[in-house]
Design a binder for this molecule. Structure first.
Ligand code: NAP
Ligand code: MG
Length: 492
């Protein structure tokens, strides 16, 4: 049944909410942090430090050690030493450590959610209800795999690779850490992880959890720093496997650096996902899915539904309802439990978003934003909708990584597929329709690692996640994700 194109011209009811701030004091932030190497917090050799800030105010939070090449070398050596015993532990023993870490993550989840919101700028509602539960779930899931690897379909005796060098971005700091560390450890590898420069604090809190769990020294090492620290880790000869999540540009440079070295590599890169709305879609759910798809985490999501493809016959109705819904979103203090849209993670990211939004207007798309007062301090961007977008516009081709959706139209399912696949990326896609057969037809044709049907941005540790084309290669999560950390029959 087609949805009506008549949208009642109602004034959206919005109420003033009393502030409902989560207690900032739940998280303790030290003045200064060292590197976590060999089970201890150690000062960086050349004493260099950088500042991490609260993006909702721009205020400094802490000084964090900047690991140089010599520190990275120390961390890789610690991981190599730890590998000798860790890799020989029976899977069930490794599993016990992972279960212990998972339980500690749950016990400390409120503190970690607050810390993540402060350092990253994302709303507490998300860190509390999405990030932290998924982080714990990822450790529980992989704890369960540790003693079952021989039955995972990779031969009777799959072996760990050695030391994994892992580099993660700032958009889901602790969740990306979990996606990297949990499978690596379950499979018997040891790790050196570099968190993003702007969001190191929860990784350092995780280091403390490793100590609380009495994880053997050197199994997990955390080296904080910027791109140069990441480069030193990638290029270190003692690293057997590199797992990278971040931009396509840096992913490319890593692939070049590793060519011919024999190191294993997985890349989880950018995206420009199509969220496809057919005229028979359950429209109210679809609106929620669109909002969740692109405004969740301020759009700082690699698999965000940033290209909204709407069937032409319902375009006006969908856009009108979307605008009405966006007027109800609350932007502001990330620690307020009512907040839907938090801060942009950094001034640099805000500049990138603004430049693309300017390009969208210059190229002739029509911009709309709800009335929304941006706080004076910190970095913010109002939820933004572009209509009248052509496939050639930069806002339809480039990853914006911000709360900006570009609306395009289609008439037939084939046109929807052609437009959805018209991108160098291929990480995710969404399909909204009442027809099950059409969902399957679309899923077979969309060149994306994940296709969500009548939902969006759903994650589960049992479900593999990863891309095609310039979105990278390799999978994280599920049985497939284990393969990235195992030497199996084919390559033993
Ligand atoms: P980025 O600039 O590529 O940074 C990612 C990580 O790599 C950071 O830790 C960064 O350190 C480090 N790095 C920078 N230059 C490096 C180099 N030459 N060698 C080694 N490491 C280096 O990406 P970002 O801007 O932080 O993150 C946003 C991007 O990540 C988006 O494109 C998004 O789509 C992608 N992403 C993908 C997924 C996925 O699963 N596919 C998930 C989340 C995000 P600094 O922090 O110091 O820059
Ligand atoms: Mg920060």
């Amino acid at each position: 049944m087609a949805v009506t194109t008549q949208v009642p011209d109602l004034v959206t009811p919005t109420w003033d909410y009393a502030p409902a701030p989560e207690a900032r004091t739940l998280a303790t932030i030290e003045a200064s942090y060292d590197l976590f190497i060999g089970g201890d917090f150690v000062a960086p050799i050349d004493g260099r430090r950088f500042t991490t800030v609260d993006p909702s105010t721009g205020e400094p939070l802490a000084e964090v050690a900047e690991a140089g090449a010599a520190d990275v070398d120390k961390a890789v050596r610690a991981a190599r030493r730890a590998f000798i015993r860790w890799s020989k532990l029976p899977g069930a023993e490794r599993g016990k450590y992972l279960f212990r870490i998972a339980r500690l993550l749950q016990e400390r989840s409120r503190e970690l959610a607050v810390l993540e919101s402060i350092d990253n700028g994302k709303p507490i509602r998300e860190t509390r209800d999405v990030d932290l539960p998924l982080v714990a779930a990822h450790f529980f899931h992989h704890a369960g795999w540790a003693d079952k690897l021989a039955w995972a379909g990779y031969g009777p005796d799959p072996q760990p690779l050695g030391v994994a060098g892992q580099i993660i971005p700032w958009n889901f700091p602790l969740l990306m850490l979990a996606w990297k560390i949990a499978p690596a450890l379950a499979c018997g590898n040891t790790v050196v992880l570099k968190p993003a420069e702007t969001t190191p604090l929860t990784a350092l809190a995780f280091a403390d959890i490793c100590r609380q769990a009495e994880l053997p020294a050197g199994v997990v090492n955390i080296v904080t720093g910027a791109g140069e620290t990441g480069r030193a880790l990638v290029e270190h000869p003692g690293v057997d496997k590199v797992a990278f999540t971040g931009s396509t540009e840096v992913g490319r440079s890593i692939q070049r650096a590793l060519a011919g070295t024999g190191k294993r590599l997985t890349l989880e890169l950018g995206g420009k996902a199509a969220n496809v709305i057919f005229d028979d879609a359950p429209v109210d759910q679809a609106i929620e899915g669109i909002v969740n798809g692109i405004f969740f985490n301020q759009g700082h999501v690699c698999c965000a539904g940033s290209r909204l493809l709407v069937q032409e016959s319902v375009h006006d109705a969908v856009v009108a309802r979307l605008k009405r819904r966006l007027r109800t979103l609350r932007l502001g203090d990330p620690l307020d439990k009512n907040t839907d849209i938090g801060a942009i993670n950094s001034a640099e990211q805000l500049d990138r978003i603004t430049a693309l939004v300017d390009a969208g207007q210059a190229e002739g798309a029509v911009m709309w934003q709800p009335e929304c007062r941006l706080p004076e301090r910190g970095w913010w961007h109002a939820p933004t909708v572009f209509t009248g977008v052509a496939q050639s516009h930069r806002i339809a081709r480039e990853e914006i990584f911000g709360p900006v959706v570009s609306v395009l139209t289609f008439r037939t399912p084939s046109e929807a597929v052609a437009k959805a696949n018209n991108t160098p990326y291929g990480l995710s896609a969404g399909v909204w329709t009442e027809k099950g057969s059409r969902i399957l037809w679309m899923a077979q044709r969309l060149r994306a690692g994940v296709v969500w049907a009548n939902t969006f941005n759903r994650f589960d540790p049992a479900s593999p996640f990863g891309g095609y084309k310039e979105s990278g290669f390799g999978r994280e999560g599920g049985r497939h994700g284990l393969a990235a950390y195992l030497r199996t029959g084919a390559d033993a």
